[in-house]
Ligand binder design. Structure first.
Ligand SMILES: Nc1nc2c(ncn2[C@@H]2O[C@H](COP(=O)(O)OP(=O)(O)O)[C@@H](O)[C@H]2O)c(=O)[nH]1
Ligand SMILES: [Mg+2]
Length: 374
């Protein structure tokens, strides 16, 4: 990894310099404020230490690609392109991602027979879809077997899977009161990153007036992370230190369209810690509360987390880290076990690009093929 320091009089300028020099793959490692000394004419300076993987810089092909990308990068333009991915608009770009049929089911004859049914069942098992869901898929398949042939089989199986995946999309009500959205979940699953993505997109793409509240005063550095982000993005940011701060902060931001609440990551095995978060969330009326789960975890682990976080009354799921997962059956297993709609998927660390509004066809295709086809 190459590491460089960037200094400027505002954090935003330092960030821009970093992006200019290292491109959008750069990762902020640390930030520092160097206080000025007016007596010697020294101004306050912001310093960002950023790193970038060597291969991104040294591999001639990607580097060339990055170079052109870097030149053309226009933050707002990039964001506009994302409109279609967010807030549930089913777009060409998502549909396009689904072209091609990289499914390994052997199809030789014209008419679907028992052998194909078995192959599909085995494939779904391999994708770690749970047996009760596979049974449902097979039930549909058998029923329509006479209508199926090698050319429509993939799309039919995908559409059955799709029909079994609960999803729903975020609705922004630009009304008198702000919509309050909180994210809960275990430590390190990507809650704060996800809020940053949603906040930037809401602000820049949808012109919404966005505010942020963090109740993550527990983990060292956690506040800093969101605070710096809020500063760069020019978004109001407050910290709630105790539940009674919550109504005060919400009332301070009563003119906002949208308020995101970032919570501290807690282990599902510590009920008292979960209760601590509940006290904060219960202090105000939350409109949407999403449980963030890492798609890298096993079905068993996710079900355990989802069960124990039930005390926090989530009404939707966000699956993070798709880019690190090797299969996606677990998404469906959890969503269907808890009948909780999937709201968003995140597939990388880049803010705000790496987030996709949940689309059942897109997820079904991911599960069936084992790949994010984009
Ligand atoms: N690969 C990958 N990393 C992610 C994703 N979302 C978040 N991360 C990373 O996961 C780590 C923890 O994220 P953070 O938002 O701090 O998690 P939190 O503890 O739940 O708030 C950070 O290094 C993030 O950059 C994702 O979709 N893919
Ligand atoms: Mg966090």
């Amino acid at each position: 990894m190459q590491i460089k320091k960037f200094r400027a009089s505002t954090l935003k300028d330092a960030m821009n310099e970093m992006k200019e020099a290292l491109g959008s793959d750069a990762i902020v490692l640390s930030t520092q404020v160097i206080e000025g000394d007016p007596s010697i004419g020294m101004k306050k300076t912001f310093e960002i230490t950023a790193g970038i993987e060597d291969e991104i810089l040294s591999d001639p092909k990607p580097a060339a690609a990055k170079k052109t990308k870097r030149k053309e990068i226009n933050f707002e333009e990039e964001l506009k392109k994302l409109t279609k991915k967010i807030y549930g608009e089913k777009t060409g770009s998502i549909k396009q991602k689904k072209t091609g049929k990289p499914v390994q089911v052997k199809k030789t004859g014209r008419i679907l027979n028992a052998e194909y049914v078995k192959e599909i069942s085995d494939l779904l098992k391999h994708r770690e879809v749970e047996d009760n869901i596979i049974d449902k898929v097979m039930e549909h398949l058998r029923k329509y077997a006479p209508l199926l042939n090698s050319s429509n089989l993939d799309s039919y199986v995908t559409s059955i899977i799709s029909s079994l995946i609960p999803t729903s999309n975020f609705e922004i009500k630009k009304g008198k009161k702000p919509t309050i959205v909180s994210l809960v979940g275990p430590t390190g699953v990507g809650k704060t990153t996800c809020i940053a993505k949603l906040a930037v997109i809401s602000k820049i793409l949808h012109n919404l007036d966005v505010g942020l509240i963090s109740i993550d005063t527990y983990r060292l550095g956690a506040l800093d992370q969101l605070k710096i982000f809020a500063e760069i993005s020019d978004i109001d940011f407050f910290v709630a230190y105790e539940p009674s701060d919550m109504p005060k902060l919400i009332s301070k931001m009563k003119k906002k369209d949208l308020i995101f609440i970032d919570t501290v990551g807690r282990s599902q095995n510590k009920p008292l810690q979960l209760k601590g978060i509940k006290d904060f969330l219960d202090a105000v009326k939350i409109d949407e509360n999403y449980l963030v789960l890492s798609s890298v975890a096993t079905t068993r682990n996710l079900i355990d987390v989802a069960k124990k976080f039930k005390v926090l009354d989530y009404n939707g799921l966000i699956f993070s880290k798709l880019d690190e997962a090797i299969g996606f059956g677990n998404l469906m297993n959890v969503a269907s076990t808890f009948n909780a709609p999937i709201k968003y998927l995140t597939n990388g660390q880049v803010i705000p690009d790496d987030i996709i509004a949940a689309d059942p066809d897109f997820i079904a295709n991911m599960i069936y093929t084992g790949k994010i086809t984009q």
